[in-house]
Design a protein around this ligand. Structure first.
Ligand code: NAP
Length: 310
């Protein structure tokens, strides 16, 4: 084992990466965590997390991530900023960063997540936690008895819209075309649900209400007629897709047609493991990401032990 190689390098500091860090740190593997562009991952962008087991009153997403970060640090995890450009598999693996550095590591856990696609509306990020969300499962329950809107026409948008009907009095589905991209079965479910109101050929142009006071409505535009209207809603859920952060492993690991890792937690490259939303476009939950981070860490520990590197 070369002197400078890390035993474990965790790429990504969302829930999956931090869980992998907690487990590998507790196993005395002294993991190095590369935090990336969005330290804490998607959860640090949500407000209250009410469905993470163990928090009766819920916990702020940012606080949950910070707690996990400190928990791993307590057992010896170290953190560095850095964006990975590519991985050159080897023994050890070479992880090349875009600032020219190369980190050598025997075991690499890829937990770079997926980034929600945003429509690019004025001040959209300022409304996060103030009426705008990218996760109905996370934030839907805050809109009990209120009106909400969803942007998108794919399966995610319809799934979010249908989920939101449990809480909201009206769910306005805003789609830029006049046909949905979603599967027929999801379309039928949405058409059959009276609370879901469709706005075809429609885009959101801007928000009504200041971020600090909360969202009050949306300015909509019909792209076919040019007509504009205001829709009064208390919440907006953006469901126009996610972009998995996998560009740096193209050609090294298998990707599906949407760019998600098409590999199990133990990838086909010995010593490379994968966890969290980077390989999951179905569940996308903090608790499932944590579970995968744990699996990846235990597999890495086992692999290092079997290779007499741990
Ligand atoms: P998606 O299928 O790519 O759909 C994205 C939707 O957002 C499309 O309707 C698209 O409009 C719209 N959109 C994209 N950019 C936009 C923009 N800037 N402004 C306004 N609208 C925009 O993404 P997804 O719904 O997240 O689904 C991803 C994959 O996961 C799909 O394969 C889906 O089947 C799968 N999935 C499955 C399930 C399930 O089976 N239960 C649930 C969720 C997701 P256009 O249609 O005009 O392009």
């Amino acid at each position: 084992m070369s002197e400078e190689a890390e035993k474990v390098l965790v790429i990504g500091s969302g829930i999956a990466g931090l869980t992998a860090a907690i487990y590998t740190a507790r196993a005395n593997l002294n993991p190095l965590v590369l935090e990336g562009d969005e330290p804490g991952g998607q959860l640090s962008l949500t407000s209250e997390v009410e469905n993470y087991p163990g928090f009766v009153e819920g916990i702020n997403g940012f606080d949950l991530v910070q707690n996990m970060r400190q928990q791993a640090e307590r057992f010896g995890a170290r953190y560095e900023g850095g964006r990975v450009e590519r991985i050159e598999p080897g023994a050890p693996h070479s992880v090349v960063l875009d600032d020219g550095r190369t980190i050598k590591a025997h075991a690499v856990v890829i937990a770079t997540g997926a980034t929600a696609r945003w429509p690019g509306l004025p001040r959209e990020r300022e409304y996060i936690g103030h009426g705008v969300s990218t996760c109905a499962t996370c934030d839907g329950a805050f809109y009990r008895g209120l009106k909400v809107a969803v942007i998108g026409g794919g399966d995610s948008a319809l799934e979010e819209a249908l989920f939101l009907t449990r809480f909201a009095t009206e769910v306005h589905l805003i789609h830029r075309r006049d046909t949905l991209r979603a599967s027929k079965i999801m379309q039928q479910r949405a058409f059959d649900e009276p609370k879901v109101k469709f706005h075809w050929n429609t885009v959101v142009e801007s928000f009504v209400g200041e971020p600090e006071e909360g969202l009050r409505g949306l300015k909509l535009k019909d792209v076919a007629t040019g007509a504009e209207e205001q829709l009064d809603v208390d919440g907006l859920f953006i469901a126009i897709g996610h972009i998995p952060n996998t560009q740096f492993v193209e050609g090294v690991l298998a990707l599906d047609d949407q760019g998600y890792l098409n590999e199990s937690v133990v990838t086909h490259v010995p010593g490379i493991f994968a966890a969290g939303d980077v390989r999951d476009h179905v569940y996308r939950q903090a608790v499932t990401a944590a579970g995968m981070g744990c699996q990846a860490a235990l597999e890495a520990e086992r692999w290092l032990g079997a290779s007499a590197l741990g």
